[in-house]
Design a protein. Structure first.
Length: 245
């Protein structure tokens, strides 16, 4: 695999990048901070059994003009990548979003509109290579829920886009995987009370890489969330209005 990992310096993205490097895959990192990227690239080089150099480029979901140059750099470093994994996103609590309309605009733009634009840039390169695109959505997008009304809606739109992308281009060889993590213990969820079945980044990395290898169109991780959300999706509206989940 010659993989671009967008968001590969922190949390679940870092765990995925490390797992890929450890099994000998070629990795290219994209993220916000040059120093973080350089440190992470050095770490991945040491983890790779072949000590393969790891390239990186600054790419920011709030700045779409950064997308094409970063992907150009990835192609040059990897000799045409065949996999793109997008874990980068923005998160804020419902209370914070309700209090700040500008924050709401930024979050829904990053998580839906600009992520779709980035994926379209990636799709045009991956399609002739019969490559793989894996993008992190969220279980929060499976149903309109009080605690994640705005964040969840941004992820719900992204999930629909990824499903449609799979429907349209599967026959042409493009593999699209929509990743739906539940609660995972990362910096993004620091300060939030974890549920009993909260996941760890390393567990997510294992689930996601297996799904990409098998070209699965969707994966819930940790796997218990597939059952949890099946129940939530089946609840009638009058129940959803009463509960706080």
């Amino acid at each position: 695999m010659k993989a671009v990992v967008f968001g590969g310096t922190t949390g679940m993205g870092r765990a995925i990048a490390r797992r890929l490097a450890e099994r000998g895959d070629s990795v290219f990192l994209m993220g916000l901070d040059t120093e973080d990227l350089a440190r992470s690239a050095a770490d991945l080089r040491e983890r790779n059994p072949n000590h393969t150099d790891v390239g990186y480029a600054v790419c920011d979901l709030e700045h779409p003009e950064s997308f094409a140059p970063a992907l150009d750099a990835a192609d040059a470093a990897l000799g045409d990548f065949d996999t793109v994994i997008v874990t980068a996103a923005m998160y804020a609590t419902q209370d914070a979003l309700e209090a700040d309309v500008e924050l709401t605009r930024r979050l829904v733009t990053v998580n839906y509109a600009n992520t779709v634009v980035f994926c379209e840039h990636a799709r045009k390169r991956l399609l002739p290579r019969q490559g793989r695109l894996a993008v992190f959505s969220s279980v929060a997008g499976d149903r309109g829920r009080k605690p994640v009304a705005i964040y969840g809606s941004s992820k719900g739109g992204l999930s629909v886009y990824l499903e449609a992308l799979d429907h349209k281009f599967h026959a042409q060889g493009l593999s699209v995987t929509c990743v739906k993590p539940g609660f995972v213990k990362t910096g993004m969820t620091a300060g939030l009370k974890p549920p009993p079945f909260a996941g760890e980044p390393e567990q997510v990395a294992t689930d996601v890489i297996r799904a990409i290898d098998n070209r699965k169109p969707m994966v819930y991780t940790p796997g218990i969330w597939a059952l949890v959300m099946m129940v939530i999706r089946s609840l009638p509206r009058f129940v959803m209005r009463k509960i706080g989940f």
